[in-house]
Design a protein around this ligand. Sequence first.
Ligand code: AMP
Length: 602
Amino acid sequence: MSNEETTASNENAEVGVRFADLGLSPLVLKAVEKIGYETPSPIQAESIPHLLAGKDILGTAQTGTGKTAAFALPLLSTINVKASIPQVLVLAPTRELAIQVAEAFQSYASQLKNFHVLPIYGGSDYGGQIRALKRGVQVVVGTPGRVMDHLKKGTLKLNDLKAVVLDEADEMLRMGFIDDVTWILDQTPEQRQVALFSATMPREIRKVADTYLTNPEIVKIETKSQTVDKIEQLYWLVRGANKLDALTRILEVEEFDAIIIFVRTKNATAELAEKLEARGYSAAALNGDMSQSLRERAIERLKNGKLDIIVATDVAARGIDVKRVSHVINYDIPYDTEAYVHRIGRTGRAGRSGKAILFVAPREQRMLQSIERATKSDIKRLELPSKAQVADKRITQFKAKISGAIENQDLDFFREQVVAFAEETAAEPLDIAAALAYMAQMDNPLLQPKDIIEDKPMREERRDRNDRSRNDRERGDRERRPRRERDENMDTYRIEVGHNDHVKPGDIVGAIANEADIDSGNIGHIRIRDDFSLVDLPKGMPPKLMDHMQKVRVRNKPMQLKLDTGPRGGGERGGDRKPYKSRDNNAPHRSARKPHRGQARD
Ligand code: AMP
């Protein structure tokens, strides 16, 4: 099956592969420059030349490696914008990914006139998608079910398709879409190019590759194992608070000397450094656009304490050796484990200890696992400091400042002023002190109890970390999971497909995740019976969505989703359980679990 195996590693960046060396079209290069990418990620450096040469590709790559640009940049470089017909089709497992990929195409095509990309996915109305398809698009990014529907309706035509990308193929397999994917591949012209990206390569995906890829180049990220001593490693799962808020909270409570914060783009170094400066930190950007002397000056200022925070890209920070660096914060996740090891090696210098904090979006958890595996470290979960902790810290610092001033400053003149003020106004000394304290804290206000509204507790991780590492979870796993206590945030729903229809949990997850826009992580326990199934879903599904879910098809049967009403209604819930509470259809739908993003739909 394979041609030649190539491995991508961070060395590409070290030997200085540049975007300009890869053969991309000038307009695409210009867009990349505008976005602020400095160097191609390893998977990009390997994949782009192959895709430009028209070869098929089998890429082992997960989210965070830059795989979207690895296929979007070369495919855009050869697209014909004069022809308003689909030339590239990307299949993605979820609507979120489809939208994200479409947005990425849009940004990489910012310099191409008359370029149009359309995301198509279940749950949104056909009319809009059909109109957009009629107006003409060059790239379609869709979830398999909806793409298949459009092909069957004849509203999407692939006669002139030049390339198909299967993005996160293993996820599509897990969600029960693989038959749809192969059906779609069968509808594409024989000569089309295929790029298949998958974080793992289970047998079924290899089979697809064997059947549909011609002499593919195999590209994967090499994970050399490397050890990292002395560095305490933590990760924060990005949720709830945004990254900037999280960062500032961490900066408030962490005792740090100097920090290097890593981001992905040149633009992000400048933006984040500015935001931190606006919040009172002495921060500066460090990126590849800066001259050597400017960079050296920034590092010198970090060394001598004139600067506490540097926000850097990987390339710019290579080799920084500053003993004061007590923390590395990976604000954007690195492309691979080698980059991670390089980054965190900027702390713990000269025998000192160091701390590394990694921000991980839920979709990037696989990268976290790879890093843990390659570095043989257990990266511990960091809970964001609570607002009460931040408040305590500010008060402690404020008190320390007062004590410092009492101890170290000559206050005679100021004492005289206070005495004079007290005599003139008959104000109590305590009131004067309180007023001065109020004035002194204005820049970094102390938080009063009334100001402290803690974030809502996040729902418990659905998967524990060992579970998370089971990448090749089979489609039946959900069903085999031991029955847990019913989660009070979940309702049990019944759907009219079961074993008799050969339904698998993955089919149900896929249909619900895409059509109801419920994150697959929020779909609970699934029990399949002969002629129906039960599935736990977050409470409070809007009536409109319930209506829509009647018609959604699983294994070619309408699922007819409804609340399970127990054995009398033909369901399963025993009399030992409390009846469902009466439902208030006007109640706000978003519970703490916040699963349904799109509310109004067809
Ligand atoms: P992906 O792995 O495709 O989901 O990409 C992860 C993130 O990396 C996205 O936010 C991209 O914008 C960003 N990214 C991709 N390629 C590069 C690059 N060469 N330099 C900097 N950032 C990049």
